[in-house]
Each structure stands twice: as structure tokens, then as C-alpha cells.
Write a protein that binds this ligand. Structure first.
Ligand code: NOJ
Length: 536
């Protein structure tokens, strides 16, 4: 699965913002890369307070991205190339510009319009928020409104930015309307839905305090029994959606974005009548450390086995510091939630070497892999964006202390020797500036180069097809080495230690993350055709 962050993929109309026309033109790149499907981040009309995750109309396309006719054409062209299309459903919250919220504000306290959201009276005579819940982007999860009569009045809940008011999923109209939205897109031929912020959708009745102190951070992977995250009632919503997907001919995929406390909680989202798969944030955030990675891989497979769901593996996304940059730092792990860690110096050559090894490790694992656009080019995080171009709400909400996620969202370089590198027409300024030195990273520069990261991904994705249906069996190895077989088809050996690894008698080399002779050097991985495959 290839993640398309639409506004940074390719711009066809010269406004510096990626669009459906740009994606359509570049679909052959994705087919040639060898992915099976694309997940497109929100394409709906949006004020873009959170890059489109603030939706103002769920059944239309933002004019900056194109039209419904473009979406239809994209679906047809992708299908003709053998690519499936997964779209993003943001149903925990709408935009504050959505007609439901606009009507709720206008209708005033106690109105049926307000019942679609969480409007509550404040505490301390209205001055203080209704409870202690916090926003993922920093600060309190409540904003006070000015009532139609001009006086300060009720508060509304937003677990993300104030421009993203949370819907009350206890409201039957919300449930029915979102059913209709799902059908709207499935009827048009969308093959799957990525469910945004799935664990946020249910809240404990009565909205009790969570016990967050004044300095509390949004730590969804640490929370147990939190009243606004991973509340069990969320599964009723997911089952409802699954029934809708299953009512269609052919396959319809659901993938949940569920950042929760460990594999067991995660496995609940992929029970047989819920989502088919879920992102694996434990893998995404894991440092470049063999023992930890092995523990995450084993825990993931063990938790999913009883519910019969395939695993997923992901190294980067539009929400996380790109792994080339992370893997070159002293601390190579990630903090989900938008580059929340203060940036520390990185050694990009080391990071790229490890990222290429991580690609072979990841693509050898059983289940589905998610590739974030630009990862196949080995792009680093852009850490020196000027303050004035930053758009992620995290930047403002943190009082300009956390720069947020813009550094992984810089538009892709396609060709040429200067910005906008074929992303837009020559001379156009892209919505986030690209580094001037990306000429050797472009698709056009990497395509003919047998040693490029693009060629590595293309070859790995081609070879990976033969792994379908084979299990995984670990091989004995040193502590810093991960070695396993996928049946007779493949042995993967990844060296995360400081010493070379002897590969004598292991098999014929099919693909290596970087060139080598003899022993496998540190921070490299290799795929071999095993001489003595272990039983899977
Ligand atoms: C997860 C999305 O990936 C992220 O970009 C967004 O900010 C939040 N959900 C809120 O919708």
C-alpha cells in the first residue's frame, strides 16, 4: 500500500498544491514501482486547518484537488493499471466550517443541531472547560463559543484542533449520515477506507475527567481506561461500517488508524467483524535495535493470530519524522504525534543506509507493508523549513515549541535540477519549499540507476510477490541480527550490530540493501535464496 499525501504528490494546475490531475499523471510511476494499492489522504473540501483532516463536505472534492469527475477518472485509471484505491474517512470530527457545525453554532444551546457535537456548559460559572480532557495538538480539548446573542457561552469538544469539533457518535443522525457517506464512495468504486483516529470516536458517557494534570501530554499508547480514547463502544461503530463494506460485491478493505496501548488492544480493532487491518505504530516507532524490533514483530504476530488478521508494517507517514532522518540520530525511535521529540543532529548517510536495510526487513515480513510517498526515493525530513511557512496546527498550539509534521510533507521531487523538481510547472513555488539540493533524489535521476533507493524498492516489491501465502520462521542468529525465512522463497538477514555477519552457506544473494562483498556489513540487510530453508 502506497500512501499518497495528495497536496505534496504532484501538482497539475500550477498552484503549488498537489492534486488529482497530478496523481493521475503519475499513476504509472506507482504501477511501475509495484505497489498493489494507494491510500489517498483526505481529498474533501476543507479549510485545511489540519491538512484536510478537517472536512467541510464528505461527498465532494476540494477544488484545489479537482472535481468528482477527476476522482471518478482516477478510480478508473488506477483500476486499469491494477491499482486499488483507498480513501480516508475522518469521522471523529468535522471541520468547524461543516454545515452541521455552522448550524449548531447558530442554533444555540439546547438545540437539536448542537446534539451532533459535544456542546457543554463550562465549570466555575462557565469560565472553565467542562472537564480536563486534552487535545492531541496541545492544550485543552475544549473551546468556548460566542453565542448568537454575542455572549460567551457553551464549550465544545475537539480532541484535535479547535477547527475540528468532535462528533457525538451517540447521535443516530451522525451514524446514519456517515453510513450514507460510506455508500457514496463505495458506489463510486472506492476499494477501501482508512479510518482516521478510530479510537477517538467513542467517549465514556457523562464525559468524566481523565485525571490529566496541567502538563499532560496526549499519550494514547500509554493510556489504559481513558474516557476519551479507545473506549470499547467504538467497536460498535466499526462493526456497523464493516457490514456496509461487506454488503458490496467484491472486496472492500478497512484499515484503522488506531494508536492504542499495545498489540492486544490493537487486535480488538481487527476482529473478524471489524476492520481488516490496522496500522502498526509499535513497529513505526521502534528504534533501530534488533532485540526491540524482534519483540515488536513477535508481539504483533502473536496478537493478530487469534483474530486471524494480517499484520501491517510501516516505517513512515505524513505524521512522523521521515525514517532516513530518525535512523541517523542517536535516538532512532519515533514519538507518534508529529515529531514531538526535539530535533537532534542526524547523520543522513547512516540514516539512509539503515533506511534501505529497514526497507528489506520490512518488505520481507508477512502481511501488508505501507510505503509513505518519497520513502522509495530515500527522502530525509526537511528540518530547516522557515518558521513562516509552517502550517501544521501543532506549531501554533504548542506555542511555537514543537515544529510539527511539515518536514515530512515537503512536495516530491520528480525531475530536473532545481525546485519545484517537476512537482509543479517550472517557476511555481510549491506550498512548502523543497530543498535546493534534491536533484539527485528525483524519480528521473533514480530510475535508471541500479544502485538507487527507487530501484531497491522496485526490485524488492517485485521479488516480494513470490512470498504471498508463506509463513515466517526465525533463524538462529547473533543478538544484533534479525534472520528469518519465508518458506523456500526467501531468507532475510538484517545486521543491526557493529560487526560483519558471515553469510557462508546461507544461500544465493537475491538483493542487498547496499553493495557488499563477502560478509554482511553493519546496518545492512540482504535477501537470499536459502540453501536450507527452515520450515515456516
Ligand atoms: C490522524 C491523521 O493521520 C493526522 O494527520 C490528523 O492530524 C489526525 N488524525 C486528526 O484527524
Amino acid at each position: 500500500m502506497y500512501e499518497v499525501y495528495l497536496r505534496s504528490f504532484a501538482d497539475s494546475d500550477g498552484d503549488g498544491i498537489g492534486d488529482l490531475g497530478g496523481l493521475r499523471e503519475r499513476l504509472p510511476h506507482l504501477a511501475e514501482l509495484g505497489v498493489d494499492a494507494v491510500w489517498i489522504t483526505p481529498w474533501y473540501p476543507s479549510p485545511m486547518a489540519d491538512g484536510g483532516y478537517d472536512v467541510a463536505d464528505y461527498c465532494a472534492i476540494d477544488p484545489r484537488f479537482g472535481t468528482l469527475a477527476d476522482a471518478d477518472a482516477l478510480l478508473a485509471e488506477a483500476h486499469a493499471l491494477g491499482l486499488r484505491v483507498v480513501t480516508d474517512l475522518v469521522a471523529n470530527h468535522t471541520s468547524d466550517q461543516h454545515p452541521w457545525f455552522v448550524a449548531a453554532l447558530a442554533a444555540g444551546p439546547g438545540s437539536p443541531e448542537r446534539a451532533r457535537y459535544f456542546f457543554r456548559e463550562g465549570q466555575a460559572g462557565g469560565e472553565e472547560p467542562p472537564n480536563d480532557w486534552i487535545s492531541a495538538f496541545g492544550g485543552r480539548a475544549w473551546t468556548r463559543v460566542v453565542e448568537p446573542d454575542g455572549r460567551p457561552g457553551q464549550w465544545y469538544l475537539h480532541l484535535f484542533a479547535p477547527e475540528q469539533p468532535d462528533l457525538d457518535w451517540g447521535h443516530p443522525g451522525v451514524r446514519d449520515d456517515v453510513d450514507g457517506i460510506l455508500r457514496f464512495w463505495f458506489d463510486r468504486g472506492v476499494d477501501g477506507i482508512r479510518v482516521d483516529a478510530a479510537p477517538a470516536m467513542a467517549k465514556v458517557a457523562g464525559l468524566p475527567d481523565a485525571g490529566h494534570g496541567p502538563e499532560a501530554a496526549f499519550e494514547s499508547r500509554a493510556w489504559v481506561g481513558n474516557p476519551h480514547w479507545d473506549v470499547d463502544e467504538v467497536h460498535e461503530i466499526l462493526r456497523r461500517w464493516r457490514r456496509i463494506g461487506d454488503s458490496y460485491e467484491g472486496d472492500r478493505l478497512f484499515v484503522a488508524e488506531a494508536v492504542v496501548n499495545g498489540p492486544e488492544r490493537l487486535s480488538r480493532y481487527v476482529r473478524p467483524d471489524e476492520m481488516h487491518t490496522s496500522f502498526n505504530f509499535d513497529y513505526l516507532t521502534c528504534p533501530w535495535d534488533a532485540a526491540r524490533l524482534r519483540a515488536v514483530i513477535e508481539a504483533t504476530l502473536a496478537a493478530l493470530e487469534p483474530v486471524g488478521a494480517p499484520a501491517t508494517w510501516v516505517l513512515s507517514s505524513h505524521d512522523e519524522t521521515r525514517h532516513v532522518t530518525r535512523f541517523g540520530r542517536a535516538w532512532t525511535g519515533a514519538a507518534f504525534g508529529g515529531a514531538a521529540l526535539p530535533a537532534s543532529p542526524t547523520h543522513l548517510a547512516l540514516g539512509l543506509r539503515r533506511a534501505r536495510a529497514a526497507a528489506l526487513l520490512t518488505l520481507a515480513l508477512p502481511g501488508s507493508s505501507y510505503i509513505y510517498q518519497g520513502e522509495e526515493l530515500g527522502l530525509p525530513e526537511v528540518e530547516d523549513l522557515p518558521d513562516e511557512v509552517l502550517q501544521d496546527p501543532t506549531w501554533a498550539r504548542s506555542g511555537h515549541t514543537v515544529r510539527g509534521r511539515d518536514g515530512c510533507r515537503v512536495p516530491l521531487p520528480w525531475q530536473g535540477d532545481r525546485p519545484p523538481f517537476g512537482f509543479s510547472a517550472p517557476g511555481v513555488q510549491s506550498w512548502l519549499p523543497q530543498p535546493a539540493d534534491w536533484a539527485s533524489s528525483t524519480v528521473a535521476a533514480q530510475r535508471p540507476d541500479p544502485g538507487s533507493t527507487l530501484t531497491l524498492y522496485r526490485t524488492a516489491l517485485r521479488l516480494r510477490r513470490s512470498l504471498r501465502g508463506t509463513g515466517m520462521a526465525w533463524r538462529p542468529s547473533a543478538r544484533d541480527v534479525l534472520a528469518f525465512d519465508r518458506g523456500r522463497a526467501l531468507r532475510c538477514v538484517a545486521n543491526l550490530g557493529n560487526l560483519p555477519v558471515d553469510l557462508a552457506g546461507q544461500g544465493r544473494v537475491l538483493l542487498a540493501s547496499s553493495p557488499f562483498d563477502g560478509e554482511l556489513p553493519p546496518d545492512m540487510a540482504v535477501w537470499l535464496l536459502p540453501d536450507d530453508p527452515a520450515a515456516a
